[in-house]
Design a protein around this ligand. Sequence first.
Ligand code: 4NP
Length: 165
Amino acid sequence: MSGNSGFPLFLLTMQKILFVCLGNICRSPMAHGVFRDIACTQKLNVEIDSAGTSDHHTGEAPDSRAVSTMANKNIDITDLRARQFTREDFDRFDFIYVMDDSNYKNVIALASNQSHRNKVTLFLNEAFPGKNQNVPDPYFGGDEGFEHVYELITAASLSLAEKLK
Ligand code: 4NP
């Protein structure tokens, strides 16, 4: 993509992306880490953050199973800390990617106008448009659930990276 001058627009426009789940300790920090890794490799001009709709885990590091699943892929997410989604995030971010229908409802309930609502998308629709698939909550399951989350969010992250180029 380029402007009239031929100067690539991506060098001028930083896209701000927020990933949201319930606790901000499993799915959204994994999405944060996967997309950060891809953005770094592909030199995308993006700002990335993640948040949870609940405040239950505020200040906590990602779940140890999320950390080890990601470490097995050579992605370090130990620097991330959980925080709660706030209304201000609608103005701070260009794209708000939620992991499931419940997160979608919770985030949309905080929106105060259509411009805010337009920013909110189920993350897997980037990889599987129109399917409205959820990233399943792996918290109460075993390690294989985290591996499945990794596969799904990697597919969506690669599609998102292509879209932003
Ligand atoms: P997340 O997973 O929304 O992917 O971070 C969960 C984390 C914690 C809980 C549920 C889901 N919890 O009930 O504490």
